[in-house]
Design a protein around this ligand. Structure first.
Ligand code: DX5
Ligand code: ZN
Length: 228
């Protein structure tokens, strides 16, 4: 069985209690913390910036003191200055939409040079062809299974075919690249998404919309452990 990761998205947390929500979801078993950055330009919504990431960074630790990776998903345009700012703010992984950067290869290099893992994010209608030319600089690929901008939307099924295709590409490359999926992930569809080839699952409303975060994360893990 592959190693699966669950990355709760703070987008659906109670923003008035962000620090507590972060701690609660870590205690409930989060593997990564997904941090959705929206600029009201690339997407029609506005969330939080590097200062909030920096403030949360010191609280993103497990009971044993080990850090929980902060997975920054940039839905911003332009990308480079904010990517650098989030690296400085303590992000561990930073992904961006290739259509938001004029020089994708340069942006990937910038993120890695800043000491972070670099990722590309593909919208539901975005082609993935260019990945071939930069795959040596990519640490994770994030497939959007909703149109970016809002939590609580329904999973778009064509994402499954894109995940299958990316899984083949990644395996053929022989590289250690995480394949992450974002949007509409629930207990009842996570197994299908894993079967398509994903190993990392972002979930916002499914987790934060339930009063018992551990219950949902455990149920997702049980689905993942179930096998085909
Ligand atoms: C949407 C964000 C997602 C969002 C997912 O633009 O990138 O990370 O939080 O939310 P759910 O899991 O509710 O679809
Ligand atoms: Zn996201």
């Amino acid at each position: 069985m592959p190693t699966y990761r669950i990355a709760p998205s703070l987008l659906s947390a109670d923003f008035a209690r962000l620090g507590e929500e972060l701690k609660a979801v870590i205690q409930a078993g989060a593997d990564w913390i997904h941090f959705d950055v929206m600029d009201n330009h690339y997407v029609p919504n506005l969330t939080f910036g590097p200062m909030v990431c920096q403030a949360l960074r010191k609280h993103a630790v497990r009971a044993d003191g080990s850090p929980v990776p902060i997975d920054v998903h940039l839905m911003v345009q332009p990308v480079d200055a904010l990517a650098q700012a989030f690296a400085d703010a303590g992000a561990d992984l930073i992904s961006f939409h290739p259509d938001a950067s004029i020089h994708v290869d340069r942006t990937l290099q910038l993120i890695r040079a800043a000491g972070c893992k670099a990722g590309l994010v593909y919208n539901p209608a975005a082609p993935i062809d260019a990945l071939e030319w930069v795959i040596d600089k990519v640490d994770h690929v994030l497939v959007m299974s909703v149109n970016p901008g809002f939590g609580g939307q329904s999973f778009i099924d064509s994402a499954l075919r894109k995940i299958e295709r990316l899984r083949r590409l990644i395996d053929a490359s022989g590289r250690d690249i995480h394949l992450e999926v974002d949007g509409g992930i629930k207990v009842d569809n996570i197994r299908r998404v894993a079967d398509a080839g994903a190993d990392t699952f972002v979930a916002g409303s499914a987790i934060f919309g339930h009063k018992d975060y551990a219950h949902v994360i455990d149920a997702m893990r049980a689905e993942l452990a179930r096998g085909r």
